[in-house]
Ligand binder design. Structure first.
Ligand SMILES: Nc1nc2c(c(=O)[nH]1)N[C@H]1C(S)=C(S)[C@@H](COP(=O)(O)O)O[C@H]1N2
Ligand SMILES: [Mo]
Length: 403
């Protein structure tokens, strides 16, 4: 037991002392004795019937079309850094196509020497790699610009999730087709009804982009792009084209509807920022967070998630006094590039009203801004790319709400 763990334990003993000694040993043994045979073995696992964590349905197309919308990850109900596939947020613009991998094909064409059509069987024969990365919708946090911010972490930050993705480095296929001189972008297109398409610079495509077919040890979920999607590490969710069916090499970006009418940031001077691909450093406290309730004064572990599209999380600081002082939180190992980091800080609540907030610094030295600083830089026109510090308020009765 490390020194800090022992301190924790001693404090816990003091906090829970009465409750811990109250039960007699015999009663404990009787309580843990199984009473009857369990359920039989099963071919595909299910979680315990007592677990309730759910994605939250946010139909953006409410009143328009039920296929348009998103669900949010219950970040406050997940442990560690991996989001279970069943809870990975979804964002789709034309529903979830039901694609048979036996007939799915990927076409790579445009400014290439040798255009190629690949089946899923072809793709599975190529060298692949597994990497843990978050995906975040650039609309995550769109609730956080004004005075009426979201009441809980699922609504405010749940359009981010982190999975282990398995797939073929796109660079292998680009070498195979032979990119012609002059091509410097590619356009990736999905097989869904809206044909979502995004332009990606060739430099990034040749760097770390994956044609992913695996998620957390099994095939992608249909909602995540089965049977094939792009994973563009650290870039806004929208560029991670799902149900990928076509890659076309081009000279200049295509200016698709998804990168002109959407996913741009209107600045105060009337100009718009475009191709703001990289997700900037961000963090959120998931316990205690909005909608939860502390059972009384005493010891707790403040915990949360931090991430950056530019690399590793270097530091997470937590303030329990309205931002006057900051303490460095412990971060679980391994600290991966462009993945969630889990931070933790022991905290003693004295029963008084307090505010809690976290601030992430990434390995480039970039520091997560306050909401005021973000608005000063970007104004209030923009919907996307809100990475401001999130503040939770703990009331004297232990209830946690949006500050
Ligand atoms: N073909 C296609 N790809 C898509 C989308 C889509 O609607 N169609 N949505 C994009 C958006 S806006 C986001 S945020 C991510 C979400 O990925 P996820 O649903 O696996 O979380 O997928 C992107 N890829
Ligand atoms: Mo998105």
């Amino acid at each position: 037991m490390s020194h800090s763990n022992r301190r924790w334990f001693l404090r816990l003993g003091a906090a829970f002392g009465a409750a811990l000694t109250a039960c007699k040993q015999k009663a404990v043994v009787e309580e843990i004795e199984p009473s009857s045979l369990g359920k039989p073995i099963s071919a595909y696992g299910e979680r315990s019937q007592y677990e309730q964590a759910k994605r939250l349905l946010m139909p953006a197309g409410l009143g328009k079309s039920p296929e348009i919308g998103s669900t949010r990850t219950p970040l406050q109900d997940t442990y560690g850094i991996i989001t279970p596939s069943s809870l990975h947020f979804e964002r789709h613009h034309a529903g979830v196509p039901q694609i048979d991998p036996a007939t799915h094909k990927l076409l790579i064409h445009g400014m290439v020497e040798r255009p190629l059509i690949l089946t899923m069987a072809d793709i599975h024969r190529l060298p692949s790699v597994s990497r843990i990365h978050f995906v975040e919708c650039s609309g995550n946090g769109s609730t956080e610009w004004g005075e009426k911010n979201a009441p809980d972490a699922q609504r405010s930050h749940g359009m981010a999730a982190c999975s282990e993705w398995t797939g073929v480095p796109l660079s292998i296929l680009l070498a195979e087709v032979g990119v012609k001189p002059g091509a410097s972008w590619l356009v990736a297109e999905g097989a869904d009804a809206c044909r979502m398409a995004r332009s990606i610079p060739l430099k990034k495509a040749n760097d770390d982009v994956l044609l992913a077919f695996g998620q957390n040890g099994e095939a992608l979920r249909p909602e995540q792009g089965y049977p094939l999607r792009l994973i563009i590490p650290g870039w806004e969710g929208n560029t991670n084209v799902k149900w990928l069916r076509r890659i076309r090499l081009v000279v200049e970006p295509d200016m698709t509807k998804d990168e002109t009418s959407k996913y741009t940031d209107l600045m105060p001077d009337g100009t718009a920022r475009q191709f703001t691909f990289e997700v900037e450093a961000k963090s959120v406290i998931t316990f205690p967070s909005g909608g939860q309730k502390l059972s009384g004064p005493g010891m707790y572990e403040i915990t949360g998630l931090a991430w950056s599209g530019r690399g590793r999380v270097d530091r997470v600081e937590v303030s329990t006094d309205g931002g006057e002082t900051w303490q460095t939180a412990r971060i679980d190992e391994p600290r991966l590039r462009i993945a969630f980091s889990r931070f933790r800080l022991p905290w003693k609540w004295d029963g008084q009203p307090v505010t809690l907030q976290s601030r992430c610094t990434d390995e480039t030295g970039y520091v997560q801004p306050t909401r005021e600083a973000l608005i000063a830089a970007r104004g209030m026109n923009s919907n996307y790319h809100n990475n401001a510090i999130k503040i939770w308020k703990v009331s004297a009765d232990g209830a946690v709400s949006n500050a």
